[in-house]
Design a protein around this ligand. Structure first.
Ligand code: FAD
Ligand code: MG
Length: 295
């Protein structure tokens, strides 16, 4: 075994895990493909002490501090496979390199699949966003929209009026029933059932298929998520299914159902944020360390 722990994914969760482990003088290899989920956003919000900073700046500072520890190795690349090998695991990257570790931490995040609406993807992370806690404040009280992705958007539509007057665009993805219409009305949500043609303008205004434009400062969309990398499936980690996709199931110490494998960050929780990814990563790092000491 040439490493105590291999961390797949070197973003917020993976780096937070690695930091705890190198500070316990363990040999850690981080393998990272470098495509963080919030790379489309120019500012990151809601992380204590870093509010409003560029995601790249937060990442660069964290990585520099981590690389100062001699027990930390960093490899740029994408893990293509993970198998059990002896008392640990062997990973192979897409470029054919291998690495062995006694424990494995999966911190590869998730990828987002957006509804296929013209103009949406170009605005992702700026005026089209998934989370009001991250970006709602900057829309300066609206007007705001929710583009329905299914029944799950009901919850979003009831929440978003906290940040500004809200319109729910059902767009064929979801039709509220009588009780849901009553709830939306009680929250002052306008309902637009005409088809969405495109997203346009400086903010995220919606041009309906009939040409009508609804001016918006920001639009909220719940993307479908997929766990990145095949490792959880290859190792047989149990998943938790949610309305927008699955994440890796863990216990409170971020241990997966497979002994020796931990998972943290967006790959292992619904509703991700940088703060949660860092907290979960620290937990996974400490739990992996304790399992090296005690198991
Ligand atoms: P990620 O940051 O997604 O990192 C995963 C890493 O693993 C990436 O570097 C990736 O390339 C790598 N990877 C993937 N597969 C492999 C593989 N096979 N091998 C090796 N490496 C791999 N949260 C906030 O708190 N504040 C915000 O303002 C905010 N804004 C957001 C804006 C947008 C548009 C989106 C989509 C999300 C935003 N978030 C925000 C949420 C935040 O981005 C995530 O919660 C956070 O990035 C999760 O961290 P993570 O380390 O789990 O995963
Ligand atoms: Mg990570």
């Amino acid at each position: 075994m040439n490493h105590d722990v291999i961390v797949a994914g070197g973003s917020y969760a993976g780096m937070a895990a690695a930091l705890q482990l190198v500070r316990a003088r363990r040999k850690v290899l981080v393998i990272d493909a470098g495509l963080r989920r919030n790379r489309f956003a120019t500012e990151s919000h809601g992380l204590l002490g870093q509010d409003g900073r560029a995601p790249e700046a937060i990442f660069a500072d964290a990585r520099e501090q981590l690389l100062a520890y001699p027990d930390l190795s960093w490899r740029e690349g994408r893990v293509a496979s993970a198998v059990r090998s002896g008392d640990g695991f062997e990973l192979r990257t897409e470029d054919g390199e291998t690495a062995q570790g006694k424990r494995l931490i999966l911190a590869t995040g998730v990828s987002d699949r957006l509804p296929d609406v013209p103009g949406l993807r170009e605005r992702w992370g700026r005026s089209v966003v998934p989370c009001p806690y991250c970006h709602g404040y900057e829309f300066d009280r609206g007007p705001l929209g929710v583009l329905a992705a299914g029944e799950v958007s009901m919850h979003q539509a009831l929440l978003i009026p906290e940040w500004g007057p809200t319109t729910l665009f059902t767009n064929g993805a979801f039709m509220p029933n009588a009780e849901q219409l009553r709830q939306l009305e009680a929250r002052g949500v306008a309902i637009e059932t005409r088809a969405v043609g495109e997203i346009c303008g400086e903010g995220a205004s919606v041009r309906l298929a009939d040409g009508t434009v609804v001016e918006l400062a920001g639009l909220f969309v719940a993307p479908r998520i997929s766990i990145q990398g095949p490792m959880a499936a290859q190792l047989g980690c149990e998943l938790s299914e949610g309305p927008l996709g699955a994440v890796i199931r863990t216990d409170e110490s971020k241990a997966t159902s497979v002994p020796g494998v931990f998972a943290c960050g967006d790959a292992a929780r619904f509703m991700g944020s940088v703060s949660f990814a860092i907290g979960d990563g620290a937990m996974a790092g400490i739990a992996a360390h304790r399992s090296l000491v005690f198991d």
